[in-house]
Design a protein around this ligand. Structure first.
Ligand SMILES: Nc1ncnc2c1ncn2[C@@H]1O[C@H](COP(=O)(O)OP(=O)(O)O)[C@@H](O)[C@H]1O
Ligand SMILES: [Mg+2]
Length: 254
């Protein structure tokens, strides 16, 4: 589904990501871990077109035949890659429902003109969009809160709303940047189950960054470990957990 091929991202003198190579197969949940400043979010920024890599390529699709290196973020969203952010980005003054509408709008077929003229096919799309948003909100357990402003929701709910908005773009590949950040153990456990559930229901491939080790080890089939922009380890959870380089760099020597 995705191949990151020898990607380097340099900001002036800072090499945030250094020759990173990774592959994610369709239907997998793959993890990306590493200490703060390791370059994890930068990897997501390069995949989603926030930055164009200094070097290397990003290939996407069932046959990896789509070279998305340097494409714009909106083009990449249209190809089916969507993400959430380490620092939640919602339209805080808008309702929960409208936040999901915005995700959906990115893929509505009608143009601005037909929406202004309220042409029949636009109204049909709107009705469908409302139904779909309602479905997604029920799915993430936020339907009762649909009229509330996004900022009024507790933290864990805001994270789930962000995922609902991402799902509204109908992604094939979902990137989650620290989805459990700030959650308590129960919320974290619920989120794990929720991610597996939406993966199956929406046929997703998931690439996620996370600090909660139980979360990463419990949910990911394959894990890449970054440290100072370099990949220092990869493998299944037990391989990574017992890798001495990972223990030293990340888990702390015990
Ligand atoms: N836009 C940018 N300009 C300059 N430096 C950046 C930029 N984005 C990230 N960095 C630097 O790249 C390194 C990796 O950052 P980041 O990818 O956010 O790490 P992580 O998500 O693993 O904590 C850090 O040293 C950070 O300061
Ligand atoms: Mg980060």
């Amino acid at each position: 589904m995705l191949k990151i091929d020898d990607v380097t991202m340099q900001f002036g003198g800072v090499v945030a990501v250094n020759g990173f190579t990774a592959q994610i197969d369709e239907g997998q949940i793959v993890g990306l871990i590493g200490p703060n400043g390791a370059g994890k979010t930068t990897v997501f920024n390069v995949i989603t077109g926030v930055y164009s890599p200094t070097k290397g390529r990003i290939l996407y699709g069932p046959d990896l035949n789509e070279d998305i290196t340097g494409k714009r973020s909106d083009q990449i969203t249209n190809l089916g890659i969507c993400r959430t952010f380490q620092n939640i980005r919602l339209f805080k003054e808008l309702s929960v429902m409208d936040n999901v509408f915005i995700g959906n709008h990115l893929r509505l077929k009608s143009g601005l003109l037909s929406s202004l003229l309220r042409l029949p096919h636009y109204r049909k799309e709107e009705a469908e969009a409302y139904e779909k948003a309602s479905y997604l909100l029920k799915k993430v357990g936020l339907y009762e809160e649909r009229e509330e402003k996004a900022y009024s929701l507790p933290y864990g709910m805001q994270r789930r709303l962000e995922i609902a908005r991402a799902l509204a773009t109908e992604p094939k590949l979902l990137l989650l940047d620290e989805p459990a950040a700030g959650m308590n153990p129960q919320e974290t456990q619920d989120l794990m189950e929720f991610i597996v559930e939406i993966k199956d229901e929406f046929n997703l491939t998931i690439f996620l960054i996370e600090h909660h080790m139980d979360f990463v080890m419990g949910i990911c089939e394959h894990i890449y470990v970054l440290d100072h922009g370099m990949m220092i380890s990869q493998g299944n959870p037990s391989q990574v957990q017992t890798d001495q380089r990972v223990i030293e760099a990340y888990l702390g020597v015990e």
